[in-house]
Design a protein. Structure first.
Length: 130
């Protein structure tokens, strides 16, 4: 799915929860809710910080062989993801990546020769071994 506007981040979350529901992780389940939060954070960051006029971001969901669910958001900004660090304790923003990184695998993969980066997170579904 391509994300081009701030409302696209909301749509990305809705489509991701639907896909998880189809895969057997029902709406309201721990896994579905966790994926929704990760998609919301990565998509919102992409729209807010990775937007380049005329270019959108791409959301991908996949089921890995080890049972994990991989969420990827690629945008054309091409900046490196800063190491998630705790913002000032009174800050109302800046906590999302830190929370995702603390609970899930999180990383960045640049596309060589192009101004594209993919931020990804892997989640182990509740009830999955591991």
């Amino acid at each position: 799915m391509f994300i081009t506007f701030p409302t696209g981040a909301r749509l990305a979350r809705r489509l991701a929860t639907h896909r998880l529901h189809v895969w057997g992780h029902r709406y309201g389940s721990e896994t579905n809710d966790a994926v929704a939060l990760v998609v919301a954070e990565l998509a919102a960051n992409s729209v807010t910080h990775g937007a380049v006029c005329g270019r959108g971001a791409l959301l991908r969901l996949s089921r890995e062989r080890d049972g994990q669910i991989r969420v990827e958001v690629s945008d054309t900004w091409g900046e490196r993801l800063p190491a998630p660090a705790a913002p000032d304790a009174t800050a109302v923003a800046g906590w999302g990546l830190m929370i995702v990184a603390a609970r899930r695998g999180l990383g960045v993969r640049p596309l060589e020769g192009a101004p594209v980066e993919t931020v990804w997170a892997c989640l182990r579904p509740s009830g999955a071994p591991g």
